[in-house]
Design a protein around this ligand. Sequence first.
Ligand SMILES: *Cc1c(COP(=O)(O)O)cnc(C)c1O
Length: 231
Amino acid sequence: MIRENLEEVEKKIQQACDKAGRDRSEVTLIAVSKTKPIEDLMEAYNAGIRVFGENKVQELADKIEKMPKDIHWHMIGHLQRNKVKYIVGKVDLIHSVDNEELAKEINKRAEKAGVKQDILIEVNIADEDTKYGVTADKVNELYVNISKLPYVNVRGVMCIAPNVDNPELNRQYFVKLNKIFVDIMNIMVDNSRVDVMSMGMTGDYQVAIEEGATMVRVGTGIFGARNYNSE
Ligand SMILES: *Cc1c(COP(=O)(O)O)cnc(C)c1O
């Protein structure tokens, strides 16, 4: 089932790229495997997937241990400062940085680990009370401040659009994130590389790609519905 789902997702990504006149290589598919067992991840791995996203530190650390070593891991969920030490240097990208204190902790741990940690700034794009992320008007300031940290590299921005039935309703938010992305590119500090826009999930990744997403995070579309009962 996972293999078939992946084929379907791949087809839809290609369609969206074609529609937007973009090259498929501009978009990275992140397979969001949270709550799913190793067997499921291995099925995706055997179908060619090498980029996985998880949203909980403990689960992520366990899966890094158990899965093959050529995987690129992404931390996409809310991150508490006291858990930073468990993932710095082990993940390619932390998508969910929304305050300076968290960035400072990442910087501290990255220095200790002898790495430079790539991160994204999470934007609460629709100003939802239920969501994490910095508000749109505060992104530039946060970007400038985080960019001063020597062991952290801000690669771009991320958002979780509202949960809607019609993905067209989220187009406005993807357009908005794209504007923010261009803004921080224009104030880009030193020789840092700002090239990542992480937006679009199972319900709306095609629209996100049409609006410039460079990373889409797809969970249920690949692995099927999540079962939280066993947690
Ligand atoms: C769970 C999750 C996803 C994937 O959601 P689906 O709707 O299952 O594709 C994407 N991004 C984040 C931050 C998530 O927590």
